[in-house]
Design a protein around this ligand. Sequence first.
Ligand SMILES: Cc1cc2nc3c(=O)[nH]c(=O)nc-3n(C[C@H](O)[C@H](O)[C@H](O)COP(=O)(O)OP(=O)(O)OC[C@H]3O[C@@H](n4cnc5c(N)ncnc54)[C@H](O)[C@@H]3O)c2cc1C
Length: 451
Amino acid sequence: MTTDAVPPEPTTSLTVAIVGGGASGTLTAINLLRRGASVTLFESRGEAGYGVAYSTTDGRHLLNVRANNMSGFPDDRDDLLDWAATSGVELGPTDFLPRRDYSRYLRDRFAQAAEAGPGTLETVGETVIDVEPIGPGFRVLTSDDDEGHAADAVVLAYGNPPPQPLAGLPEAPWNLSDPWDVARISALPEDATVLVVGTGLTAIDTTVTLLDDSPARRVIMVSRHGLVPSPHVDDQFTSWVTPVPDGPLTADGVAALVRAQIEHATGLGVDWRAVIDGLRGPTQSIWRRLPELERRRFRDLYAREWEVRRHRMAPRIAALLKAYQAEGRLKVLGGGVLGCRTDAAERPVVSLADGDHEVTAVINCTGPSPDITRTDNPLLLALQKRGLIAPDPLRLGIDVTEDGHVIGADGRVVPDLLTVGPPCKGALYEATAIPEIRNQAAAVAAHLTPE
Ligand SMILES: Cc1cc2nc3c(=O)[nH]c(=O)nc-3n(C[C@H](O)[C@H](O)[C@H](O)COP(=O)(O)OP(=O)(O)OC[C@H]3O[C@@H](n4cnc5c(N)ncnc54)[C@H](O)[C@@H]3O)c2cc1C
């Protein structure tokens, strides 16, 4: 399926293919269109501006970042609020917008950029299965088209890969692998007992979808650690600055620094969240200064503690969870899934830390699986075969430079092949949310279309 849009003459002859039309690809496209490039955007779902995060149809799934930090553009921090004001959406700076409305914002800005130009846009609703270097430039091949699309540069914005299947569980109708299939999850029986594997923000969204409408349902959320994200608080002090020392950094040193700052802040009556949020800006540079061994140590020892503080849920959602727990409809457990069998009626029985539970369904909310050496994604397999991409040492994404240039298997930058968003996690650590993605999208577009 190919839909052409857009009028005015481009001011540059550069043709850029963007693979993926989630938030990363859409924001990169908008920046490039504004700078005059000819953009071909490939999106398997057919339409750009949704991606995994913003395709939910459930209005109770909220952004986990306040509206005043969710503009898509680093040079226009009020853009989301301005859009809301002119789009009939009631939104204050510290509100948490429903994610499906954030998709509307992305799609509106995308359509406006396509119409205003000066760049030109072609959207291709097909899945890219290979990118072939052809001297200068590339040919982008899709599953529906043998000839391919020529491009001077390619931006990989393939985003969040699906989770690994749950180990030890058979493929079965009750084993649901897609936590974003709201229709299927909502259609589970009104009195279902559901095992949600994972205790992060996706697990929480799924739990709200399951429990909010159906008072007779029960949910057991389980993960190895059993930790759920902390809630945001209202009226939070926002400008805490942590002095990061010069010189070599270690994982233990960074963890100690964060703890000491939290203690110091608490002593002054300032909530710990201010310290975590104040570290958001320097996170990428701290990560880059950690040698590989120290990054591994941080991942193994401290990442979990950081993640549950850093990725927070809206206060309204935290209140819902508390109420479900008080009603006995939600249980949160650590220890993981210890085993699974089916009873005589083929119903699943799962072994958890507190014993065996007969459940109606199991939903995999373990989160994206970024390790490209374990993927069955045809594009990532083809790019690895060509040596165009390689895993980063911690297998958090692909090997890239700090500014998103892809590094091939030979350790050299692949000219004109760039990436934005989650694939950069190994290089930047903080790379998967809008406050970082908007910077990357703008920087990649500026690099490709220098003034
Ligand atoms: C549930 C959830 C909630 C989140 N909430 C927030 C939030 O509140 N605030 C925040 O800042 N961040 C949030 N995030 C972080 C989120 O990852 C980013 O905000 C952002 O959505 C990432 O966008 P992306 O385009 O990189 O990835 P994705 O959303 O994964 O989109 C990638 C797109 O590429 C397409 N694609 C992939 N491969 C191909 C191919 N070969 N050919 C064609 N198309 C392809 C996919 O179909 C998909 O649409 C959330 C993430 C999740 C998962």
